[in-house]
Ligand binder design. Structure first.
Ligand code: KIV
Length: 279
């Protein structure tokens, strides 16, 4: 069954946790979708995990459309959310509506996600009025990395926590259908979750949220270096890949691969003729 804005809302009402994972390509989206994940986020984290940038800021609309279209071809039932990249919605409301429309028309997304609270409510209202569902994103919003001075937990002071609660109510009032809460204290996420009727989807925001989202490379052990505290490695796919690639190298070098099992044959008569050994 296709997941929609309505089924996600029902999940919150029924206290049935929403599962969301990122994907950026056809093959991974098909696997995630087949497993029954409720929603796939084509995150602008693709800048880091797919394109090797230091942060999400260089990601373009063309990058997002390209990867969203691939995910849409692979996923049948998941609710597909595409990130609006840095500077695709901040400069004007008109630009925001046009770019949101492109992610739906050209990328095949079911909704768009943008970062920010009060300052982007006008954009959220206009995009929703254009019939595009919007997922908001509050807390440690990676496009603001230069303002935060790094990827730091947000909402730890009373004023900052109050601002986050206010922002959550404002984006809901502007028409957002869900909100991602990233890198905030669990108790604050719990307060926000209780105050909102739209679902909250947490990443580094504790387990009181209505759902969880993770970057799939992080949770499958495909990223190098130290992961943030909130990342649980559910599998070590990186180790399995290394094992397979090393076996391929060794067997190719030794000539063991490709054995007969992986080789096409032709009749011996034809081979004799071709090598000039006719009787
Ligand atoms: O870009 C992304 O993957 C995200 C998640 C971390 C929520 O925004």
């Amino acid at each position: 069954m296709k997941n929609t804005v309505l089924t996600l809302l029902q999940q919150k009402q029924n206290e049935d946790k929403i599962t969301m994972l990122t994907a950026y390509d056809y093959t991974t989206a098909a696997i995630i979708d087949e497993c029954g994940v409720n929603s796939i986020l084509v995150g602008d984290s693709l800048g880091m995990v797919m394109l090797g940038y230091e942060n999400t800021l260089p990601v373009t609309m063309e990058d997002m459309i390209h990867h969203t279209a691939a995910v849409s071809r692979g996923a049948r039932n998941a609710f597909i959310v595409a990130d609006m990249p840095f500077m695709s919605y901040q400069a004007s409301v008109e630009q925001a509506v046009q770019n949101a429309g492109r992610l739906i028309k050209e990328g095949g997304a079911n909704a768009v996600k943008l970062e920010g609270g009060a300052e982007v409510c006008e954009q959220i209202r206009a995009i929703v009025n254009a019939s595009v569902p919007v997922v908001a994103h509050l807390g440690l919003t990676p496009q603001s990395v230069n303002v935060f001075g790094g990827f730091k937990v947000q909402g730890k002071s009373r004023e900052k926590a109050e601002k986050l609660i206010k922002d959550a109510l404002l984006i809901q009032e502007a028409g957002a259908c869900a909100v991602v809460l990233e890198g905030i204290p669990a108790k604050l996420a719990e307060i926000i979750t209780k105050k909102l009727y739209i679902p909250t989807i947490g990443i580094g925001a504790g387990n009181a949220c209505d759902g969880q989202v993770l970057v799939y490379q992080d949770m499958l052990g495909l990223t190098n270096g130290s992961a943030p505290k909130f990342v649980k490695r559910f599998a070590d796919v990186g180790a399995v890949m290394r094992q397979g690639i090393n076996a391929y190298i060794n067997e190719t070098k030794s000539g063991e691969f490709p054995s007969e099992e992986y080789t096409y044959s032709v009749s011996e008569d034809i081979i004799r003729e071709l090598s000039g050994e006719e009787e």
